[in-house]
Design a protein. Structure first.
Length: 362
């Protein structure tokens, strides 16, 4: 029987289950359906863990934090936070929240010492959990054990993805390790193209609908003028942005619509998955962050073997979009595309990404 994403969970049929051991018995607690994706799974797991955990233990506090705090964040953010939450709950499973001291937290964070970004992410989440423990009365006020631990800090990435790199990444995703055409390769290439052309995050792009939903008008969708997008991470300051049509943008959207129609035509009526989303997987279900991230990792593994493509992250495509837009249309247009509140923010984002060309003084 397949194992679930987290230790102690399994997949049975089309649903995730949390398996609890009670002596020789095994209690199967139903969670979310597999097709609902990992964010739904993590929320269901946090709910279930909160009901069976001792409320005075760290795992229970972490579960409560996931339910009350993490659930308000974007889906992609929740996936990363739940992974860290599982690690934190396991590391402090023998502690009550009021028993954890600064040396305990420092010792836990040392395993990430060589990874500054990861170190700071775990530190930030651990600090947030203990801050809420104070609000819930599980720790004395002003006793957050993480406050005394300094952040690592890290230098911003300077990687610029060239057009040649972008083409090679697409080819690496188009073909599998055996050199044959990957069934999901064309969709992968189209998503990479959309990420570059729109400068949007993966979590936003995979939610693009073929047309506007009257019930959720702010959700990303294809419209007459182009593609309407809105960032998740800046919900307080974010504003809708319409990325206007260009021949290249029209072509990639038309290709995705054609791929979706082909899949529908090949399936029997009972097997067809009717979905409003533009981007679908081979089985007709909506594309999600996890599926694209897995495809990206496999493509990068193949692309970097040749030595012609340096290690590249998905977020580097957003940096390329901002840099190329600023070079061709100016800082104002790049700021609008990125949905930044100020051009200063955009300037800091694109600086030193690409070599500039200037003429000599004389």
């Amino acid at each position: 029987m397949p194992k679930g994403p987290v230790k102690g969970t399994q997949i049975k049929g089309s649903r995730y289950y949390l398996v609890e051991a009670q002596g020789t018995k095994r209690i199967w607690h139903p969670l979310s359906k597999v097709g609902e994706g990992l964010p739904a799974f993590y929320r269901a797991l946090a709910d279930r863990m909160a009901t069976i955990a001792n409320p005075e233990t760290m795992p229970a506090a972490v579960s409560k934090w996931c339910i009350e705090v993490m659930a308000k964040h974007a889906d992609k953010t929740q996936i990363d936070e739940q992974r860290r939450a599982n690690d934190i709950a396991a590391a402090f499973q023998d502690f009550a929240p009021r028993e954890v001291e600064t040396p305990d937290c420092y010792e836990f964070l040392q395993q990430f010492d060589a990874m500054a970004r990861t170190y700071d992410a775990y530190r930030s989440q651990l600090r947030s959990i203990f801050r809420y423990c104070e609000l819930w009365g599980l720790r004395p006020a002003g006793s957050n054990p993480v406050d005394a631990i300094p952040t690592k800090g890290y230098k911003p990435r300077k990687r610029y993805v060239t057009d040649s790199h972008l083409r090679r990444i697409k080819v690496a995703g188009l073909y599998g390790d055996d050199g044959r055409l990957n069934p999901s390769g064309l969709v992968f290439c189209c998503v990479v193209e959309l990420l570059y052309l729109t400068g949007a995050d993966v979590g936003v792009v995979v939610r693009i609908r073929e047309q506007a939903d009257p019930g959720e008008p702010d959700e990303p969708h294809v419209c007459t003028e182009g593609i309407m997008l809105r960032r998740d991470k800046t919900d307080g300051t974010s504003r809708p942005v319409i990325v206007e049509w260009t021949p290249r943008l029209r072509a990639v959207v038309a290709r995705l619509q054609a791929l979706k129609a082909q899949r529908m035509a090949k399936k029997r009526m009972a097997q067809r998955v009717v979905t409003p989303w533009l981007i679908t997987k081979v089985d007709g279900t909506p594309m999600n962050y996890e599926a694209f991230s897995n495809a990206w990792q496999k493509a990068m593994k193949r692309a970097t073997k040749t030595g012609k493509v340096p290690p590249t992250m998905i977020r580097d495509l957003r940096a390329k979009a901002a840099t190329d837009k600023e070079e061709s249309h100016g800082m104002g247009a790049a700021s609008d595309l990125m949905d930044h509140t100020t051009q200063t923010q955009t300037a800091a984002y694109v600086r030193r990404k690409k070599t500039r060309r200037v003429g000599a003084v004389r």
